[in-house]
Design a protein around this ligand. Structure first.
Ligand code: FRU
Length: 501
């Protein structure tokens, strides 16, 4: 057994060469394939997923994410790194953290980043399997070095605590009274008869001691004791007097207007006591209603809470057409979160306005026209403010030649539906959710080559998803309604690419 592990470790040295991976990135940038997104961060090859280690350090925002630089499946999990002063100019994507030893030989899984003594430090989950495929996890710190690699330190949390499974990962820090704590994704093992399922998702809290040890304090106590079998990627945030727990429950049954994706990403708003670990909170709300949004991470800089999410969904690799071309997935645009009346609102960071190029105004006197057609640039931002007037039913569609993705809204039922069934390739189906519109429907859509992000009602709701148009055509935007709308005011911008150098 020892020999086998030894062989595996030897093999890792051959598989992961930072120099070779970084060179391959440089050789494959900038993106040329028409499916590669131009203003979303992605990798030129391999599979990316969860944002990791987000932090502002020495004048730049650092963005890491999970990356399999070797194949197009969820294996060989490493960390990709890029940094940017302005969310427009990024450093070339590089390999930063990868499996090297007995602890993380089967994956450097997700973790967080924070700044200490001017250095960017990370805390991440090491994943290891034995010959029987039994998982052992461990957590350790590391420091980002000048040459772009993360230097690993000793393990500080060995294994998983009693009463919880080895699905114990994704440490994310927060501060209380000047002390650092970590929220960890965990899976409680239920005794027979205790719950409807063998395990339940939860979040464990650790306190850091002397920068070397982490002590388990216990579980965050919420009303959601039986809410999915696992909660991944927790974030504990503070917005003035309110605390927010973001987590990603797995195993919820889909309902008519919620939990429609394979896994969810959402939040609880309320008050969290670090003494009792009790969270008094409202109901779980989803952060995004699209097909492809998961494992968001939030960092704080100059008063802004900035979220970066993964445009993707666990297990649904087959829906991602670009896998055939050698790469998969994207990160969302960085989004600023604000908390208003118990709800999180999201908006792309203001810096992204610098991507705007040519502008087209749309001003429609809808007394005459209830139908609009406009060819969009292949990368664009569209703002539509629709004064609903007499109209009750609306259809906004992105037409790619014969193919289309259709968004409908019914004011009578307050239901929005996003329908990808008109696309030939990639994931299909519908997403249905409640959206409250009174006089005005506010619609802000970012259309990249395959990634689409829609901010509704000034960011109260968001929908993120991929489309894979078969042909390299510019999408045509059409708007229809059942009766006359009072007014449409809109603006379309062609968007520039973000730059990697
Ligand atoms: C979420 C997740 C994390 C884990 C990582 C591994 O997508 O499953 O819980 O750390 O992906 O890539």
């Amino acid at each position: 057994m020892a020999k086998k592990t030894g062989e595996k470790l030897e093999l890792l040295k051959e598989k992961f060469s930072k120099e070779a991976v970084d060179k391959r990135v440089r050789d494959n940038m900038p993106f040329t394939h028409y499916w590669h997104n131009r203003f979303h961060v992605e990798a030129p090859f391999g599979l990316i997923s969860d944002p990791n280690g987000l932090a502002f350090c020495n004048g730049e925002h650092h963005i890491f994410c999970q990356w399999n630089p070797l194949t197009t499946d969820h294996k060989n999990k490493s960390w990709m790194h890029t940094k940017t002063p302005d969310f427009i100019h990024y450093s070339m994507q590089e390999l930063s953290l990868w499996p090297t030893d007995i602890h993380d030989k089967d994956g450097c899984h997700s973790g967080c980043g924070f700044v200490e003594d001017g250095k960017l430090r990370v805390f991440y989950t090491c994943n290891s399997r034995d010959e029987d495929y039994i998982r052992t996890v461990a957590q350790r710190f590391g420091t980002l070095k000048e040459d772009g690699h993360v230097e690993k330190e000793e393990i500080v949390i060995h294994g998983n605590p009693e009463g919880y499974s080895a699905h114990f990962r994704d440490p994310n820090f927060f501060y209380r009274n000047g002390e650092r704590y970590f929220a960890m994704a965990a899976q409680r093992l239920n005794k027979p008869g205790e719950s409807s399922r063998p395990t339940n998702g939860t979040v464990l809290i650790y306190k850091e001691e002397n920068g070397k040890n982490c002590k388990l304090l216990g579980e965050v106590k919420t009303e959601y004791k039986d809410f999915g079998y696992m909660w991944e990627c927790p974030n504990i945030l503070q917005f003035d007097d309110y605390d927010v727990l973001i987590m990603c429950p797995q195993g919820l049954e889909p309902e008519e207007f919620q939990y429609q994706s394979h896994c969810q990403a959402g939040y609880l708003v309320g008050h969290f006591s670090i003494d009792s670990l009790e969270m008094l909170h409202g109901k779980f709300q989803e952060l995004d209603h699209g097909f492809d949004f998961y494992s968001p991470q939030v960092f704080r800089h100059e008063g802004r809470h900035i979220l970066v999410g993964w445009i993707g969904m666990p297990d649904l690799v087959n829906e991602i057409e670009s896998a055939k071309e050698g790469w998969l997935y994207s990160l969302t645009m960085p989004r600023v979160l604000t908390l208003r009346q118990g709800r999180i609102y999201s908006a792309p960071v203001e810096e992204l306005k610098a991507l705007r190029k040519e502008e087209t105004e749309i001003e429609l006197d809808t007394n005459k026209i209830d139908f609009m057609k406009e060819t969009l640039p292949k990368t664009s931002e569209v703002i539509l403010d629709i004064k609903t007037g007499e109209a009750k039913k609306f259809e906004i569609a992105l037409n790619y030649g014969e193919e289309k993705t259709v968004i409908t809204y019914d004011k009578n039922t307050q239901v929005m539906i996003i329908d990808r069934n008109g696309m030939k390739l990639g994931g299909k189906g519908q997403r249905k959710f409640k959206l409250y519109v009174n006089e005005e429907l506010s619609f802000r859509m970012f259309v990249d080559r395959t990634a689409i992000e829609i901010f509704l009602q000034h960011g109260e709701d968001v929908a993120t998803f991929f489309v894979y148009p078969e042909k390299d055509v510019a999408p045509e935007l059409t708007i229809k309604s059942d009766k006359e709308m009072a007014e449409i005011h809109g603006t379309i911008w062609e968007l520039d690419s973000i730059k990697f150098s």
